[in-house]
Design a protein around this ligand. Structure first.
Ligand code: FAD
Ligand code: NAG
Length: 424
């Protein structure tokens, strides 16, 4: 059987994980990334449930991740004057995680670990600064022959047996491969997030408790200690859609104008919000690793079309919290099903969909009530949240309730990912 040629688009989390498993399936893998280099910015993401399972099945990965995990013992919620009123801590048991995971790691570090593990493999080639211009499926239904791909930035057109879109929630490759618009299948959550590092220590040296603060109008801000820098900050603004107008419209408009305008927009949103917001936004204007995005869900009726398939946020973004683990699981399952259904790609893609669908549905279901908890809109909602929250922390009830927080925080054993017989 000739070696399977796989094109993977996007080198963040889903892409390099898929490259690892496709190489183990005996394929020849090309990964293209739109940016000229590996993107290493971003804040904490965590590895949970099926993500932990996949990590443990990749040799040496757990050790590499542990060496880079953020020493975060918990997150303390503070009032405007900085006084804490409640702390969420880790459970200390990676198989039974709370809201703060045992495997809390910076996105850039995880991406770097996955890239380093795959870049030197003889059957994996990375090309940076490249993206797909067109995808031509030959067969009637695109199932019985290879795919011709043209690139936008100079790489010669080439044939592949399978094209895997791993280019994130607003995937352009998805639009090309499925023949839809870029915003089709996006479900807005009415939230956006900004991530960056600051040079001042808001936490107190040696304190490994992150700090989180809420202001009215759904403004959330948190700062975490960074052992390799000073503090990393995340801001999440949530506003339910009003009068059918998408609440993130003004954010997206600012984004189109470039980073400076976007920073000004974020600063304007948080100015005068209390706690250390004003100092933070001053530093944000100077931050070099600023990254912001709209938070969306991606809901597709099918994950593939012919020989084009989606993995990670491009196929099933589930908003913050579960995206990384879903992406890692999806990459593993797709390559595993291809390995299992040798010579039958259509069967493999059906297998991928069958295994992933219940997982995706479950993980996308979670955050319905989270905005009310994390980003209350009104002073009254905020007071209620804080009061209830302080009581729950004080009484220890929170430890218990966290465990019932549905799929995304559930234990590792809840989903059994299939085992596959790999080539390598
Ligand atoms: C720079 C960055 C910072 C992030 N920071 C956070 C964070 O702090 N907290 C959090 O919860 N989540 C963050 N995320 C999202 C998080 O990584 C994902 O939700 C999750 O890990 C799933 O990853 P993914 O690989 O499916 O998609 P993504 O992480 O979104 O990666 C998509 C990759 O595809 C590349 N790409 C985009 N378009 C194209 C194209 N047309 N052709 C080729 N390549 C393309 C992007 O540059 C990126 O490298 C961040 C993502 C990025 C890219
Ligand atoms: C690379 O692919 C070739 C051809 O399938 C295979 O023989 C070889 O074992 C692969 N190399 C590695 C390190 O997996």
């Amino acid at each position: 059987m000739p070696q399977l040629r796989v094109l993977i688009v996007g080198a963040s989390i889903a892409g390099p994980t898929a490259a690892y498993w496709f190489a183990r399936a005996g394929a020849k893998v090309t990964v293209i990334e739109r940016f000229p280099h590996l993107r290493t910015n971003g804040q904490n993401i965590d590895i949970r449930t099926v993500g932990v399972t996949v990590m443990r099945r990749m040799s040496g990965l757990e050790e590499a991740v542990r060496a880079k995990t953020i020493p975060l013992a918990g997150i303390g919620f503070v009032r405007s004057n900085g006084r804490p009123y409640g702390i969420i801590s880790t459970t200390g048991d990676p198989d039974q995680q709370s809201l703060v995971s045992e495997y809390e790691i910076y996105r850039g570090d995880l991406s770097r670990i996955l890239y380093d593990r795959t870049a030197s493999h003889p059957n994996i080639t990375y090309i940076f600064g490249e993206q797909v211009a067109s995808i031509q499926q030959h067969g009637e239904k695109g199932e019985d022959s290879s795919v011709m791909v043209e690139f936008a930035n100079g790489s010669p057109a080439a044939e592949f047996d399978l094209v895997v879109g791993c280019d994130g929630a607003t995937s352009r490759t998805r639009a090309i491969g499925l023949g839809v618009g870029v915003r089709d299948h996006l479900v807005p959550t009415g939230s956006w997030a900004a991530y960056f590092s600051i040079k001042q220590d808001l936490l107190g040296a040696g304190d490994n408790i992150g700090k989180a603060y809420n202001a009215v109008d759904g403004r959330f801000i948190a700062a975490a200690p960074d052992p390799w820098g000073v503090n990393r900050v995340v801001m999440i603004k949530h506003q339910p859609p009003t009068h059918g107008r998408d609440a993130t419209e003004s954010f997206r408009e600012a984004m189109k104008q470039g980073e400076d305008t976007l920073k000004k927009f974020v600063a304007q949103t948080y100015r005068g919000a209390g706690w250390k917001c004003d100092e933070v936004i001053q530093d944000m204007m100077k931050a070099e690793d600023f990254y912001a995005s709209e938070i969306v869900h991606v809901k597709l009726p099918h994950l593939s079309k012919g020989r084009f398939v989606l993995v990670g946020d491009a196929g099933y973004a589930a908003s913050t919290g579960t995206g990384t683990s879903l992406a890692m699981a999806g990459a593993y399952v797709l390559a595993g099903e291809v390995c299992k259904h040798k010579g039958d790609l259509a069967g493999a893609l059906r297998g991928y969909e069958d295994v992933m669908r219940p997982l995706i549905d479950d993980m996308q279901k979670v955050p319905r009530f989270l905005p009310a908890i994390f980003t209350p809109q009104t002073a009254w909602g905020l007071w209620l949240r804080n009061t209830v929250f302080a009581f729950l922390c004080w009484s220890g009830i929170l430890e218990l309730t966290q465990r019932f927080f549905a799929g995304s925080f559930a234990n590792t054993d809840r989903y059994q990912l299939p085992e596959y017989a790999w080539e390598e």
